[in-house]
Design a binder for this molecule. Structure first.
Ligand code: ZN
Length: 302
């Protein structure tokens, strides 16, 4: 009777592989018992893919939470994981500097900003600087913070949806719900931008180009970090900008240090946070962070 146990095991293994239902099976293209693996370049795309694909897909965003996904360098195993994914969602607009030297499989690759490529903004050269473990970098070249123009976010969401429809029929329905949330945020930004009008603003970092264009904001940027208190040199540079661009507000990428807020207040500049949220937020999600951003501006410009 030695054959009995192995054949039972084989039967058990076979039944475990059986898909739960025929309709579910028909939605899966790869294998019957693994969800399609979707690798993404940044947190907004992770959020979009998860919302649209829900339980039909497995979303992977391997950049560490304390690094900027733009300048992050994945190791060989992570690059291989991207190459072997069922779908790769990239931000485009020169985001993911690591991907410039790597070949990713064309057939699985979706550049979510390709649809508005003709509207990309080119930034004039600035000094190199560093934030986090990524080393020195510059923001010259193509501006990459595409999604804080919420109309561009919607186009990236739409590209994500189109790429996911082969995995799930729910992508379209989920898309419409999220699209209306982004449209509402865009309308609120348009309203608050009309109150801001042409008032000069300072940005703590040069990541607001598309945002400034869409909402017609008059922004000049410094190269500050929310957690670093500006020294005398930084304050002098800011004052030189203010002499020609008399801003009363600085827009910060993240919650600034209290000491920074006080230093700015002493020279008549108030602080407001608009977090681009390229990486995972400490709390909440993409939508709640964007809603808080818009609310911050609405409070600053009632
Ligand atoms: Zn930077």
């Amino acid at each position: 009777m030695k054959w009995f146990i192995p054949s039972l095991l084989i039967l058990w293994a076979l039944s475990a592989c059986k898909p739960a239902s025929e309709s579910e099976a028909s939605q899966k293209t790869a294998s019957a018992h693994h969800k399609p693996k979707v690798y993404v370049a940044n947190y907004p795309l992770k959020f979009f893919a998860e919302r649209l694909g829900a339980e039909a897909i497995e979303v992977h965003f391997p950049a560490p939470s304390d690094e900027d996904p733009v300048f992050w360098q994945p190791d060989d195993a992570t690059i291989a994981a991207f190459q072997n994914a069922d779908l790769i969602l990239m931000n485009g607009a020169t985001y993911s500097k690591w991907a410039e030297k790597i070949t990713l499989p064309e057939s699985k690759l979706v550049d979510t900003s390709a649809g508005f490529k003709a509207q990309f903004i080119e930034i004039m050269a600035d000094a190199t600087h560093s934030h986090g473990p990524g080393g020195e970098h510059s923001h010259s070249g193509t501006a990459f913070t595409t999604w804080i123009d919420f109309t561009q976010a919607i186009q990236q969401l739409e590209a994500t949806k189109t790429s996911l429809t082969k995995f799930t029929q729910n992508a379209e329905k989920n898309f419409l719900a999220l699209q209306s949330e982004l449209k509402a945020l865009d309308a609120r930004m348009v309203a608050v931008s009309q109150r801001i009008a042409n008032a000069p603003l300072i940005a703590s970092h040069p990541v607001y180009h598309y945002f400034a264009r869409r909402y017609a904001l008059n922004i000049q940027a410094v190269l500050w970090e929310p957690e670093i208190v500006p020294d005398e040199k930084a304050m002098a540079e800011l004052k030189a900008i203010l002499a020609k661009h008399p801003a009363k507000w600085m827009i910060w990428e993240g919650e600034p240090a209290q000491e920074s807020v006080a230093k700015l207040e002493a020279i008549g500049v108030k602080s407001v946070t608009f977090d681009p949220c390229g990486n995972m937020p400490d709390k909440g999600d993409f939508l709640s962070v964007m809603k808080a951003n818009v609310e911050n501006l609405e409070k600053a410009f009632p």
